[in-house]
Design a protein around this ligand. Structure first.
Ligand SMILES: *Cc1c(COP(=O)(O)O)cnc(C)c1O
Length: 345
């Protein structure tokens, strides 16, 4: 079996999840009658300390529903320059939500309060009105880096002072919460809405959840239906989400320990470059640009040795730990990457 470090989206459901899925009470969720979906939504809202929640098929759909529900077409959305919403969601913010992006440069994906202030528009006949500010925590392209509780609060307070809502792309908000050792409820207390994924480190096969206040979630339900995301007996997948929220959060710290181990070892390896400052959760981005090998070939060589990583153009590999990666796997991963890298010095 290869050691698959390409993504935590590749995690498989636990036996307990499969069992819960098999026995979940079901109904038509478009009618609001699926008891398992309702249970997952209630649990999600409680866990994040918000009024309401909505189950969606993917994080991309959750983010898009949030953008559509917070803004009007023609407005501008403030995003970090490497944000997943900007980078990896097919431009849905522009094409479907009708928003233009105002990009803020971050360090490892983390926007400073000064850079956000600099991006805020004054009133001027030429400018699109600002509709929303988004924070990604943890930050995917930033290397799994996290916004601290203080940073979250400071940004939300700045936005709210300007009557601007804040949406958190929290695909991995539980990784951030575990890494910071701050209750997730506390971490998102000042935010208006949060999307989190069940299908990543939490290990369910499908699904994400959007949370916020009741009127926001009601608008989001309309958006979800429009996008074709109204699912029927969705409790069959939501059941795994309930198990994820009850059982799978605390163990994320093991993934972080393994990622930290891999990151540290590779950072000390000739020809490889890892920005250890960004290795705060379950990801390691390793730059191989100094090696005398193409990214494609390097990834292929690792593959032959049973190590699967994700190439990130132009010159990085991404390594993501999850519940399927043991400490022994992490040790083996380091050993193989060091060996292959040594061939191309
Ligand atoms: C994975 C991810 C998403 C989207 O999730 P999908 O379920 O793949 O659509 C959104 N934001 C971030 C930061 C992610 O890592």
């Amino acid at each position: 079996m290869p050691i698959n470090l390409r993504s935590d989206t590749q995690t498989m459901p636990t036996e307990e999840m499969l069992e819960a899925m098999r026995h979940a009470p079901l109904g038509d969720d478009v009618f609001g009658e699926d008891p398992t979906v309702n249970r997952l939504e209630l649990l999600s809202a409680q866990k994040l300390g918000k009024e309401a929640a909505m189950f969606v098929s993917s994080g991309t759909m959750g983010n898009l529903c949030a953008l559509m529900s917070h803004t009007k077409p023609g407005e501008e959305v403030i995003l970090e320059a490497d944000a997943h919403i900007y980078y990896y969601e097919v431009g849905g913010f522009a094409r479907i939500a009708g928003l233009s992006p105002r990009l803020v440069p971050g360090i490892n994906g983390i926007m400073s309060i000064e850079n956000i202030k600099a991006a805020l528009r004054s009133k001027n006949i030429h400018y699109p009105p600002t509709g929303l500010l988004c924070i990604e925590n943890s930050h995917n392209r930033g290397g799994g880096s996290v916004y601290s509780l203080h940073q979250m609060n400071e940004i939300c307070q700045l936005a709210h002072g300007l009557n601007l809502k804040v949406h958190v792309d929290g695909a991995r908000i539980f990784n951030a919460s575990v890494a910071l050792d701050v209750d997730v409820k506390e971490l998102v207390k000042e935010a208006d809405s949060i999307m989190f994924c069940l299908s990543k480190g939490l290990s369910t096969p499908v699904g994400s959840v959007l949370v916020g206040d009741v009127s926001f979630i009601n608008r989001a339900r309309k958006a979800r239906k429009m996008l074709g995301g109204g699912m029927r007996q969705a409790g069959v997948i939501a059941a795994a989400g309930v198990v994820a929220l009850e059982k799978m959060i605390d163990r994320l710290k093991e993934d972080h320990q393994n990622a930290h181990y891999i990151g540290k070892e590779l950072s000390e390896t000739a020809g490889l470059d890892v920005n250890l400052e960004s290795v705060q959760t379950n990801m390691v981005y390793c730059n191989i640009g100094q090696l005398k090998v193409s990214l494609e070939n390097f990834v292929q060589e690792l593959n032959k040795e049973g190590i699967q990583v994700l190439p990130v153009e132009p010159d990085k590999i991404r390594i993501v730990t999850s519940r399927h990666i043991s400490k022994e796997d992490a040790i083996e991963t380091v050993k193989v990457i060091k060996k292959v890298a040594a061939n191309y010095l």
